[in-house]
Structure formats: C-alpha cells, structure tokens
Design a protein around this ligand. Structure first.
Ligand SMILES: Nc1ncnc2c1ncn2[C@@H]1O[C@H](COP(=O)(O)OP(=O)(O)OP(=O)(O)O)[C@@H](O)[C@H]1O
Length: 762
C-alpha cells in the first residue's frame, strides 16, 4: 500500500470525476425507481376486474413492484463505496447492489458478486489484477473524499494519471472513520470496509460447519450477518426454499442487529434465541446458573430417553375387565410382549403406541372370541375390537401401560415428581435432583427448551393429518416458486426481488406464509443454513436441538470461548463440538479488534489472562489516549460517581455533535442505585421511557443500565463499569465481556479492590 503527498488540485479533479460517476449511478437508481413506480401505477390502474387468476397475478405484480421499490429506496445510503482499477485499464465500481445501464452494461457491481471480491481481498503481495483500490467517502449523494490503496505501483507509474492518483490519498481512513463514529444503539453494516480476513469467512463455502473464533470486537457478529447475506445471494435458489436461521443470545441483541440484513437487501432470515426455538413455549422463567448448567449436560439425551421408556410399562398384576358380560384379562406377559413388538419399529413413543394398542386389542379380542365358542366373520371381529377400544377400563389399562404424552407433560412430571426424576436420572446426584425440583405450574426456562425438544423428538407428534397437509402445502409451494421464477426471468425483474417473495404474492388461497414464517412455526423445519452468534453460550443440549434443525450441518458458528458466561457453555470448541460434529467442522480465526481502543482491550486481556480464561490473539486497530480511567470511591459513593460519569459523558458526546451511547454496567442492585443517582442529577430522561427496572435494556435511549450479561454482543461509545471485582466473582467471562463493550472510553468506578490485571499499582 502506498500513500503519496497532498496535491490539492489533483484531489479536486479526482473528486469531480467521482462525483460525476456517483451522479450517474444515482441517476440510474432514480430512473429505476421512476420506472418501477410507473409500472405500479399501470398495474393498479387496471382495476379489480377479470378472473380470480388474473386478479391474483395483478396483485402479485403490484406487490412485486412495491417490494422492488422498497429495495431501491433502501440502498440510498452509500449506494457506491468503492472502485477497482484493473491492469487492463478497466474500472469497476462496487456498491450495495448491482446496476446496469439501459443497454445492460454493468455500471455498479454488487459487493457479493465474484467480480467484487478483489475489492476486499487484493493486497500488494497478491494484487489480483488490481492496480488501485479506491474507497469513496460520501455524505448523502455528495462525494467528500477518496482514499486509495495502490497495489501495483509499477503498473500505475506507467499510466497517464499516475501522479495525480498518488496525491494525498490514504488507505485506512474509511475504516478508522467508521470505527470512531458515534454509536446509535443499532448495529450498522460494514459492507464498505470489510477486511480481507473477514471477507474470506463471509465467502467461505456453504457446505459444512464453519467455526469463527475471535476475541471481543473482531467483527464476528458483523461477519456472521454479512455471510448470511452473501449466502442468500450466492445460493438463493436453495436457501429461499429452506430458509436461513440466525440464533442470537437475547431479544435485545437481536433487536440491536435487526437493521443490518435489511440494509443489505435481505429480509427473509428467521431470527431466534434458543429459548424461542420450541413453537408454543414461551420461556419466561429464571433459575440459578447451577440449575441450567445441570440441564445443559449431554446426559439428558439418555435421561429423557429413559423417562420416555419408563412410560411404556408392564403392570405387576393382571387386570380383569368385564366387557358385555364376558371377562378379558390384561396379562402382564401380553403387555410385555406387545411393548417389545411395538418398540421393534423404532418409532417415536406416540406413534409406536398405535401398534401397541392394536396388538393388545387383538389379544383381548382373541380372549373374548374364545369365550363365544363359535367362529366369527371378519366384520364381527372388527366390531368386537371397536367395543374393546371404547371400553373405559380397557383404555385405562392400556394407557397405564403406554400413555400418550406431550413433551410438556413429560418434562413437567420429571421436575415436579421426585420419584420420576429419581427413576429417570440415576446419573445425577440426589443433591442435583433436589436442585431441579419445582412445582408443576412453574414457568418454562431457557434451559428447559432443549429438553422439551429432545422429548418431542422421542415422543413424536401424533398428528398425521397435519403432516399430510404440510406435505401438500410443500408441493403447492414448489409449483408456485417455479412459476414465480419464470415470471421474474421473463419480466426482467430477476435479482432484486426473490422468487420466494413473488410466490408469496401468488399464493391466492390459504394463509400467505413466507418461508421464514412457516419455518419459525414448525418445530420440525430443517433450514438450509444456520448462523449461531455468541455460540460459546450454547449447552450441549442446546446444540442437539439446533443440529436437528440443520441435518446438512451447513452452519456458521461464531463466538469466543473466553467470553463464556453460561455455566453450561463451551470453554473449548473441540470439547463442545467434537462429540456432536465429530471432526467435520473447520476453524477460522479473527484477530483484529475493531471496536475497543487498544488501551482498554489490553487491560481487559490482562484481567482475562489473570483469571485463566482461554483468551485468543488480539491486535487492536486503534489507540485512543486516555480511553481507560479508574475512579476509586467509598462504597456509598459508587452510584453518585457513576451518575457523575454519565453527566460528564452526556455533555462530552453532546459537544462532539455526532451522538453516541453510554452504558452503565454492573450488578442489578448497583444499577438500581445508579438509576436513582442519575435521576437525582435530573438526567432521568436520558434513561429512556422504557427503562422500568434495573437491567432493562434500553438501546434507543442515550444511557442504558445493563447487567454484564445483558451487555453481551452490544457496544457503546462509553461504558461505566461498576465494582469489577463483584462482576468477576460471578463470572470472569462476564467481566471480560463488560470491559470490551466501549468504542471510545471505559470508566471503572469501584470501592472494593480491583481484580488482578486491572489494578495499575499491582
Ligand atoms: N471491517 C469493518 N469495518 C468497519 N467496522 C467494523 C469492521 N469489522 C468490525 N467492525 C466494527 O467493530 C465492532 C465490533 O464488531 P462485532 O460486534 O461484529 O464484533 P464481535 O466480534 O461480534 O464482538 P464481541 O464478541 O465482543 O461481541 C462493530 O462496531 C463493527 O461494526
């Protein structure tokens, strides 16, 4: 990379040229918008006449144009952000979407297209036919700067505009400017400044499981989201049918990232936390870490299986039942052999039960018929079987032997009936079993959800009608998709609107569900790709649940094993993933921290290392002198000092004019005190209307009060960290997370001694 000296006249000329090009690109965008609007008006003008088929097609086209218009509107911001000058003299502009002129010649290349890859990957050592890479800096539609990296100096020196191009241009400006910008409470895309090591991950193969390990702030979340957008672009046919699932650690986090994919033109990704993955169950209960750790252990696969088996039981004694004056006997030996036969099919409990019941009714019918003493016509036998089936005592006896079960019923019984848990879970100690016990009406917790899923899998859904309907829906859907695809090709609208979207509009009857909506409502849905963020938090049981949703194992797994706070989470990817994926996963690492100033990141790493966390290699992209400061006060003074910091930084950020966010991070009781102290300074408004209790995430207000766990995955301009030793006592991973949230400054307020690594005097 080469930077030259400033030449004002040269830069002005460059800016003028770029402005001209950018004007042409926006001109084309405007023309496309106008064209789409005209088509929309045209379609609507035809009014509501014609056959239902015509009407439905017209509606479909109307919505197609509406969607397309919405997408053309969404790419206004930084439509074009890069330019490649190639050795053959060609220039290629890189942007948010691809644009062609009216003659179909390319004007702008979509960042995800193969032709754009060199923009992110080319280096001086490996220039890939790129002479120069240029970042365009824009504000609105105006070009305010250009930043060049010259990759092939020899080539450039020989060309006519060599001198001007080298004048006053620097490479990393666009990146550093975006890193230093004030935060808004919502994550922004990084499409203009993706770095080479990130790009390699984003464009990595769809097949198999890719684990991305990286320290805090290395862009794991950003990379995961851009990879989802890339995969949808590169494998649209496959993924628009099967869907993409993105799993994040909390709703707050999912809200924090929810604008990134739409800004990249992708809206169909299903987002969920682990706790939300079992349709129909809302896991609002909270429990101790110790309890969720127990529930996350892989041994639950065996425990749940055993619990199901224990509901298939041979009675100790025979039961005599009177049917129409005759006695039939439910014999233990008959039940045992019917259970054995029903199990042979290896079907789930509720489905195998049908075979068991049929077998038992047949045995009882034999007994009944034997008492009649004369042979019977087949239809008479059927009648007797029906009679037995509807006899209450028979039903009770068969249910006692093989009860139809719901996942909720099975798991609820396990945790509320000590004898059931003891029988099913001999692997647990009696102390552990005591910890798990709770009342039958307790709310579901996040750690229950994978157990419910495991149970659902073993019980099976006794819902053949629904399955048949789902199969019929899928066939109809495929036909609609094919038709939509043909329509898109023939109308020249391919690219911006997916066939999936159009097919939704064509669906004239029944509920119009998108792939995302259908997938989210169906526990047995299998996705084409699953992206897991903060993956270190997942327990072994949570992984089992997730893997059921992606039998192809096509996954992007991003996380940091040093930031684990859940007691059931991973400390090593090998230990967690090898038993589940064997060796069929590949590891990539991200090593540059883009978020946190080096001063703060280094201190956080010292603390994490001193606590023995598996910290990964980390280089920080920038230094911010004074970024870390520590304030010692009396215990009584912590909240007031925190409020003082809030006041100071609100003023500072205000004065800076570019906005920004502050987070106060600490234990819940300290947050309550800090809240009161902020109010006492008359700054309650900055906490936002939605902040009704300690630890309620308020991403949209200037100041948030968060527990360390709630701050996971988020970032703020300034973090005021309260009593780090207390945070550390709960979890060293939590302290590492909390310290690495700020983009600008970390202020530590404490009364207790500092944890090792943080104390400057130690
Ligand atoms: N190439 C890039 N260009 C601009 N900004 C970037 C780039 N890579 C990362 N960032 C910024 O760095 C910050 C950290 O990124 P991100 O949240 O994805 O990191 P992370 O690895 O998931 O962090 P953590 O594990 O600490 O939650 C974000 O503000 C992101 O926009």
């Amino acid at each position: 990379m080469t930077n030259g000296t400033v030449d004002v006249a040269g830069i002005d000329a460059e800016l003028r040229d770029e402005q001209e090009m950018v004007d042409r690109l926006y001109g084309r965008l405007d023309a496309l918008r106008a064209q789409t609007r005209d088509r929309l008006v045209e379609v609507r003008r035809h009014g509501p006449s014609g056959s239902p088929q015509n009407r439905s097609e017209r509606d479909a086209f109307a919505t197609l144009y509406e969607d397309r218009l919405a997408q053309l509107e969404a790419v206004e911001e930084r439509l074009a952000f890069g330019r490649l000058d190639l050795t053959d003299g060609a220039r290629r502009y890189i942007g948010r979407i691809g644009l062609t002129d009216s003659e179909h010649a390319s004007m702008l290349t979509d960042w995800r297209a193969p032709a754009a890859q060199a923009f992110y990957r080319a280096t001086a050592a490996q220039p890939d036919d790129v002479v120069r890479r240029r970042h365009l800096v824009t504000r609105g539609r105006a070009v305010t700067g250009v930043e060049d990296e010259v990759l092939d100096l020899d080539h450039l020196a020989g060309s006519a505009d060599g001198e001007a191009s080298m004048a006053g241009l620097s490479g990393e400006g666009a990146l550093l400017a975006s890193l230093a910008a004030g935060r808004t409470g919502h994550m922004a895309d990084i499409v203009a400044t993706i770095q080479a090591e990130q790009d390699a991950i984003i464009r990595s193969d769809l097949q198999g499981s890719l684990v991305v390990q990286g320290g805090p702030g290395t862009g794991k979340t950003a990379v995961a989201l851009h990879r989802a957008a890339y995969l949808l672009y590169a494998h649209r046919r496959l993924l628009e049918r099967s869907g993409v699932l993105l799993v994040g650690p909390s709703r707050t986090f999912l809200r924090y990232i929810d604008q990134v994919l739409p800004s990249l033109g992708e809206t169909g990704v299903v987002t969920s936390t682990i706790a939300e993955l079992f349709p129909g169950v809302v896991a609002t209960g909270v429990e101790d870490d110790a309890v969720s750790e127990i529930k996350g252990r892989p041994v639950w696969a065996r425990i749940i299986e055993r619990a199901v088996r224990q509901r298939e039981r041979t009675p100790r004694e025979a039961t005599e039942i009177s049917v129409d004056g005759r006695i039939v006997v439910v014999e233990p030996s008959d039940v045992a052999s019917a259970i054995a036969r029903a199990r042979r099919g290896n079907r789930p409990h509720n489905l195998a039960r049908t075979a068991f019941v049929r077998d038992m009714l047949s045995r009882l019918a034999d007994q009944y018929i034997a008492q009649l003493g004369s042979p019977l016509a087949p239809e008479d036998r059927a009648e007797i079987v029906e009679e037995l089936r509807t006899t209450r005592e028979v039903r009770i006896a068969l249910n006692l032997a093989w009860m139809p079960l719901t996942p909720q019923g099975l798991v609820r019984d396990l945790f509320s009936k000590p004898y059931r848990l003891e029988a099913a879970a001999p692997e647990l100690t009696s102390r552990e079993r005591r910890l798990l016990l709770r009342s039958a009406d307790a709310e579901w917790t996040a750690a229950d959800v994978p157990l419910l899923d495991e149970a659902a899998e073993l019980l099976g859904e006794d819902d053949q009608a629904a399955r048949a309907q789902a199969r019929a829906d899928a066939v109809r859907r495929d036909a609609e998709l094919d038709y939509a695809r043909r329509v898109l090709q023939s109308s020249g609208s391919d690219g911006l609107v997916s066939a999936e979207m159009l097919a939704d509009r064509f669906a004239a009857t029944g509920p119009r569900l998108t792939t995302a909506e259908r997938a989210a409502a169906d526990r047995t849905w299998t996705y084409g790709h699953v992206v897991v963020d903060e993956a270190q938090e997942l327990s072994a049981m949570a992984w089992r649940m997730l893997l059921r949703r992606v039998p192809t194992r096509s996954m992007t797994i991003v996380g940091d094993v040093a930031q684990t706070s859940s007691a059931a989470g991973a400390r090593s990817w090998q230990t967690m993933l090898d038993p589940l994926l064997r060796s069929s996963w590949r590891l990539s690492e991200l090593t540059v921290n883009y978020r946190t100033p080096a001063e703060v990141a280094d201190a956080a790493q010292r603390v994490a290392r001193a606590a023995g966390l598996p910290v990964s290699r980390l280089t920080s992209a920038r230094r911010v002198p004074g970024a870390l400061a520590i304030e010692r006060v009396d215990r009584e003074g912590v909240a007031a000092a925190a409020a003082g910091q809030v006041r100071h930084w609100l003023d500072e950020l205000d004065a800076g004019g570019s906005g920004g966010r502050i987070a106060v991070v600490g234990a819940p009781e300290l947050l309550a005190e800090a809240r009161a102290a902020v109010h006492a300074l008359g700054l309650g408004e900055a906490l936002g209307a939605r902040a009704t209790g300690p630890g309620v995430a308020t991403l949209d207000s200037p100041v948030s009060l968060l527990t360390p766990r709630e701050s996971k995955g988020l970032e703020f301009d300034v973090v005021v960290l309260l009593e780090p030793a207390q945070v550390m006592a709960a979890s060293a991973g939590d302290l590492y997370v909390a310290m690495t949230r700020p983009t600008r400054a970390l202020r530590v307020v404490h009364s207790a001694p500092l944890p090792p690594g943080l104390d400057p005097d130690a």
